[in-house]
Ligand binder design. Structure first.
Ligand code: TYD
Ligand code: MG
Length: 462
């Protein structure tokens, strides 16, 4: 009786939550209709982490910290600086890197470019595709440039064959495009299901750790929940990068979400061109491109993305509401934050905004959540409400509290430096940040610094 009994489990295709019965809403991630029935052999239930334990299979003794030999951590440069920075200085050999993103955003293109640069260095690279034929990959490769013979292409979805090929070829880096097309014979569920995706990742994890191969895994983000999303494997891999951007705009942002070997708040900026992805090193200039002149409701803020300051334009449009309930909309920033800031303006500054529609937009379609953009949103709203343009050469930043105070933000020096580089002449910032800057004497020439401690003061200063 039933040692090899097959049981059915319901998995959330979004976050991997496991349940023995079907539910309409996933208790893990609160998404609706994402639970899908999958059959798993009873013995292998909860297979997710098994790869890891197997990798550490042989018997070992615990050791003290001092007994561990430190070796200089070796990193392999991808020769794409934007990517290297997000990875924390390059690829760590033996690491498993998940690259997630919407279909068509450019994941395959980016990884094929990584393959090109690694193979140009004389490293053996294996690109395994379960989605495209060799001919289709070739077509893409021709657009990107010349490839050396160190890059090997392989169209396969069976993990046994892939494992065997990797063992035989011993490449330094492998790309799996995409994890949702891979399957293992031992799991009866369909490719793309949570149990398949986890099992496949477990096998790749074991390969990466035992052979010291860096493996990139592509994971499609899906809205419909028909295949398991990359979030299901975030906990298994070393590094998680998400590729985002408006499909209609040409720039793309690569965001580090998890990194066992570096910081996570770095972003890389790319532009999709005819010949693949190009790095954008002057992101601020790029983002401010095409800014309207002398328009009300437009103001420039500075957001820190990891170690890098980026100037962005915030636009607001405030107009009389024609219906009883005013309409509020935010693109690229949090709507509840916009509502909160407008409530602060209403209560602390006395602006009658409660019967106004308001639309707030971060130009260029980029998403920013740093509190330092608060002051920018407030100034843009006031500027639009009063129909008075803000001086184009003025930068603002600061976090706003509920009593209308302007609170300090970190890295004021880098923010001002970036603004000065792009020819800004005035900077309105939190008072405490100004005092700190004056004390350290780090104010660039040619830029006037005005510290403010409340929203009212900031509005007067603009
Ligand atoms: P792709 O890398 O196939 O996306 P993903 O693997 O994330 O699904 O990118 C597809 C899009 O990129 C497609 O719409 C065409 C565009 N593209 C370019 O604009 N230039 C290029 O050089 C390449 C290769 C693709
Ligand atoms: Mg692809």
């Amino acid at each position: 009786m039933g040692k090899t009994k097959i049981t059915t489990v319901f998995f959330c295709q979004n976050c991997g939550y496991e349940s023995s019965k079907w539910m309409g809403q996933c208790p893990g991630c609160r998404q609706w209709n994402t639970l899908v029935e999958e059959t798993v052999p009873a013995a292998s239930k909860g297979m997710g982490g098994s790869g890891k334990t197997k990798a550490l299979g042989e018997r070992r003794e615990p050791s003290s910290l001092s007994a561990i030999a430190m070796q200089e951590e070796e990193r392999v440069s991808t020769h794409i600086r934007e990517l290297d920075r997000v990875l924390g200085g390059g690829i760590v050999p033996g690491s498993l890197i998940l690259v997630g993103g919407d279909p068509g955003i450019g994941k395959s293109t980016l990884l094929l470019q990584v393959c090109k640069y690694l193979s140009d260095d004389g490293r053996k690279v294996l690109y395994i595709s379960g989605e495209e034929s060799l001919r289709q990959i070739k077509l893409r490769a021709v657009r990107i440039g010349e490839f050396t013979d160190h890059l090997l292409l392989f169209c396969e979805t069976n993990l046994n064959d892939i494992e065997e090929t990797i063992m035989r070829q011993k490449p330094e880096a492998v790309v799996i495009d995409s994890i949702q097309t891979m399957y293992h014979d031992g799991v009866s569920a369909a490719p793309g299901s949570v149990s398949q995706v986890r099992e496949a990742t477990g096998i790749l994890l074991r390969l990466a750790k035992s052979l010291g191969i860096s493996i990139f895994i592509v994971g499609h983000v899906t809205k419909e929940g028909t295949v398991a999303g990359p979030r299901v494997l975030e906990h298994m891999v070393d590094t998680v990068l998400y590729f985002e951007g408006d499909r209609h705009a040409s720039y793309r942002i690569l965001r580090g979400v998890k990194n066992r070997f570096g910081s996570t708040n770095e972003i890389g900026v790319f532009e999709m061109r005819q010949d693949g992805l190009a790095e954008v090193t002057n992101a601020s200039e790029y983002m401010l491109n095409g800014r309207p002149e002398g328009a009300s409701g437009s103001v420039v803020v500075c957001s820190m993305e990891g170690t890098r300051p980026i100037l962005l334009e915030i636009q607001a449009l405030v107009c009389k509401s024609s219906f009883g309930i005013p309409k509020r909309q935010a693109t690229g920033t949090d709507l509840s934050r916009v509502n909160l800031l407008m409530a602060v303006l209403e209560k602390r500054v006395g602006l009658p905004l409660s019967n106004c529609d308001a639309y707030v937009n971060i130009a260029g379609g980029i998403r920013m959540s740093e509190p330092a953009v608060d002051l920018g949103i407030v100034i843009a709203v006031v500027s639009s409400f009063r129909n008075k343009p803000v001086d184009e050469k003025t930068l603002v930043f600061g976090e706003i509290g509920l009593s209308g105070e302007v609170r300090s933000v970190n890295m004021a020096e880098q923010r001002i430096g970036e603004a000065a580089k792009l020819g800004f002449q005035t900077c309105i910032l939190p008072k405490s940040a100004e005092e700190m800057l004056r004390a350290s004497g780090n104010i660039p020439a040619g830029i006037a610094v005005k510290g403010v401690s409340s929203v009212q003061e900031a509005i007067r200063a603009v």
